[in-house]
Write a new protein. Structure first.
Length: 416
C-alpha cells in the first residue's frame, strides 16, 4: 500500500460494453484512452530530479519517492493544464517522503539523541504526534501494532499517515511494532513499511534466531530494515536470584554475550533489549529501575565483537507521569496508586549509552484519557466528540513535545 507501482495502460472495454475503465494503481481521473502522466515527485531537502512513471517499482521505492499520476484523455486537452495545476497546488514542494530507519539511526548515534517511536491508533493521536514533531523539527517513527491494524483497519491507517506525510516536511518512518509472525511482517513489508519488528522473544533462542533470519532475508531484499528482540518484557518481574546484578542466561533480561550471537546470526539492523523495562502503566514495584549497567555491558559487548556503534531499542519506555494518573483518578478513573513508569533520567542515560529508538505508547494513552475525562466530568451534558477529542489531542501534543525536546533530545535534528 505504501509503494506506488508503475501504472499500466488502461484497458479498453469491447464495443457494446458499458463505459467503465479499469482501475489504476492510484485512484484518480481514469479514462480508457492513452494516459497522460502528471508526475509530482516527493522532494528531499536536497531536491532530486523527477523520476518517470515507467521506472520499475523497486527503484522508485529505493529512492523513497511517491508519485501522483493524473490520467486524462488527449481528447480533452483544454482541461489538462487546469487539472495539472490543481494537482501541483495540492502537493507541497517541501514534501518529505517516508524515511528508512537505518538513515535515522545513523544520525541519532552520531548526534547522541534518540528517536521517538510513538504508537498510532487513530486520527487524533497521529495529528498530535506529527504536529508536535513538525513544530519541534524532530524526526519521528510512527509505530503500528498488530492490534492497531485490527482496530483501525490497515487501509484507514495508511490513508491517515499519507495525509500526515503530505502535510509535513520532517523525516517520518513507518514501523511495525511487535510483529509476531513472518506472515505479518511480510504483509507490512509488501505494503511499503520502512521498518518492521519481528518479536520472537517468547521463543527459545534458536527459534527466535530462525524466524528473525527469515524476516531479515525477505526484508533486506525489499529495502526494509528489521528490529529484533532478545529477552522478555514481563511487567514488574525481575530475574530471580541475581544478587549483585549478575547475568543469568535463564532470566528474562538480555545477556550481553547472547546479544552478540543473536545479532551476528540474524543480521537484524537493531535490537530491542530487556533491562527491566516493561509494557503498561505498572512497570515496577517499590523503587526498582532500569538495569543501566546491563545496558552498558550489552553495548560494550557488541562494540568489542566488531559490530560498531550498534543501535539498541528501548521498549516500554513510558514514564507514566503521576500528574496524568492523578487527573484520571480525579475525574472518575481508578488506576490506583501503584502505577510506575521508567524515570526520565534513566531514559536520558539509555539515550547517551546508545538506545537510538525509544518506544512510547502508554503515556499517549494516559494523556488522551486524562483530557477526555476532564471535559466530560466538567461538562456532563457534552456529547459532541469534537469537544472532548480536541482537548485530548492537545494534551497528547504537549506530551510529545516534552518528550522530543527534553527527554529524547531529538528536537531540531529533522534536517541533520
Amino acid at each position: 500500500m505504501w509503494k506506488l507501482r508503475p501504472i499500466k495502460p488502461a484497458r479498453v472495454r469491447k464495443p457494446g460494453n458499458r463505459h467503465q475503465p479499469a482501475r489504476a494503481h492510484l485512484r484518480g481521473w481514469v479514462f480508457p484512452k492513452q494516459p497522460y502522466f502528471a508526475c509530482a515527485p516527493g522532494l528531499h531537502r536536497h531536491r532530486t530530479p523527477a523520476r518517470t512513471p515507467v521506472q520499475d517499482s523497486r527503484s522508485s521505492r529505493q529512492s523513497g519517492h511517491f508519485y501522483f499520476f493524473l490520467r486524462v484523455p488527449f481528447l480533452v486537452c483544454g482541461s489538462i493544464s487546469v487539472l495539472i495545476q490543481a494537482t501541483e497546488r495540492e502537493v507541497r514542494e517541501d514534501y518529505m517522503p517516508l524515511t528508512h530507519t537505518k538513515d535515522l539511526f545513523a544520525k541519532a548515534l552520531k548526534g547522541k539523541y534518540a528517536l521517538g517511536a510513538f504508537n498510532v491508533n487513530n486520527m487524533e493521536l497521529l495529528q498530535a504526534i506529527v504536529e508536535a514533531c513538525e513544530e519541534e523539527k524532530a524526526p519521528v517513527m510512527l509505530q503500528i501494532s498488530k492490534g492497531a491494524r485490527q482496530y483501525a483497519n490497515p487501509v484507514y491507517l495508511k490513508k491517515l499517515i499519507e495525509a500526515a506525510v503530505s502535510l509535513s516536511n520532517i523525516p517520518i518512518a513507518i514501523h511495525l511494532d511487535h510483529g509476531d509472525s513472518f506472515d505479518l511482517c511480510k504483509e507490512c513489508i509488501d505494503e511499503g513499511f520502512t521498518s518492521v519488528m519481528i518479536d520472537g522473544s517468547h521463543e527459545p533462542f534458536e527459534k527466535n534466531v530462525e524466524v528473525c533470519r527469515k524476516v531479515v532475508e525477505y526484508a533486506h531484499k525489499h529495502n526494509c530494515v528489521v528490529e529484533g528482540e532478545l529477552g522478555q518484557l514481563v511487567g514488574a518481574q525481575h530475574d530471580d536470584g541475581e544478587e549483585g546484578g549478575g547475568y543469568s542466561k535463564g532470566g528474562v533480561y538480555t545477556h550481553p554475550d547472547e546479544a552478540v550471537q543473536f545479532v551476528k546470526q540474524t543480521g537484524v539492523d537493531s535490537l530491542a533489549v530487556a533491562i527491566g523495562n516493561s509494557h503498561g502503566a505498572y512497570k515496577f514495584k517499590g523503587h526498582q529501575r532500569l538495569d543501566l549497567d546491563r545496558l552498558k555491558a550489552i553495548k560494550k559487548a557488541l562494540m568489542d565483537a566488531g559490530l560498531g556503534d550498534y543501535p539498541l531499542v528501548l521498549h516500554g519506555a513510558s514514564s507514566v507521569p503521576k500528574e496524568l494518573v492523578s487527573e484520571i483518578n480525579k475525574f472518575g478513573g481508578k488506576m490506583g496508586e501503584d502505577t510506575a513508569g521508567v524515570p526520565e533520567a534513566d531514559i536520558e542515560v539509555a539515550r547517551r549509552t546508545g538506545c537510538t529508538k525509544v518506544n512510547i505508547d502508554t503515556d499517549l494513552r494516559l494523556a488522551m484519557t486524562a483530557g477526555i475525562r476532564k471535559v466530560l466530568a466538567e461538562n456532563p451534558k457534552e456529547f459532541d466528540p469534537r469537544k472532548y477529542l480536541a482537548p485530548a489531542r492537545t494534551r497528547v501534543k504537549e506530551l510529545v513535545r516534552h518528550k522530543v525536546r527534553n527527554v529524547l533530545c531529538c528536537a531540531g535534528h529533522a534536517f541533520d
